[in-house]
Design a protein. Structure first.
Length: 188
């Protein structure tokens, strides 16, 4: 499955509002530890780290550019949950991770991490539909938070901003009607 198909299957929506804790953390310059660095997880446990890394990689998979796991989105998520998210949001996120496993157990009889990619997509598609159905009471649904953290962590990383997005130091003259095929990738 290519990146475009994976993004469509999981239902990535780039538009929308970003939460205050996320924007506060990003604007304060928080960044995940550099690749190969020794990041000490403070909120997520071992299985939760792997679950977050797996979900993030399904949202932004490795293709001709590194995916979410390679840039350390799971470290970014832990940092945001630890330093910037209020207790209520942190609890909602962790409960959401537990719900992913519960849905996986119910649908496939095994933990999310033990499922095939197709089974994982099925679980995440169900969560995505629920997250954007408009019934989210008591704060943003888990999967919406997960997607927000994944996209922000990825596209604010050096790799996401320079390899996935096309960096143009000086855009030059404004041309408002340029066919996307001439651009290639979106601008950072």
């Amino acid at each position: 499955m290519d990146r475009r198909e994976a993004l469509q299957r999981v239902g990535i929506l780039m538009g929308g509002a970003l939460s205050a804790p996320l924007m506060s953390g990003v604007l304060s310059g928080c960044q995940p530890a550099a690749e190969g660095g020794s990041y000490a997880y403070q909120t997520l446990t071992g299985d939760q780290v792997e679950q977050v890394a797996t979900i993030a990689e399904m949202i932004i998979p490795t293709t001709d550019t590194p995916g979410a796991r390679a840039v350390g989105v799971h470290e970014f998520v832990d940092l945001m949950l630890t330093d910037w998210y209020p207790d209520e949001d942190r609890t909602r996120f962790l409960d959401g991770l537990a719900d992913v496993d519960a849905r996986s157990q119910s649908a496939h009889g095994k933990r999310f991490l033990d499922c095939s990619d197709e089974e994982r997509v099925e679980v995440l598609t169900e969560l995505d539909q629920a997250a954007y159905s408009g019934g989210g009471q008591g704060g943003a649904p888990f999967f919406r938070m997960m997607k927000e953290l994944t996209l922000t962590g990825y596209y604010t990383s050096e790799i996401g901003a320079t390899q996935e997005l096309q960096y143009v130091h000086e855009a030059g003259v404004y041309r408002g009607d340029v066919p996307y095929s001439e651009i290639g990738r979106a601008y950072a």
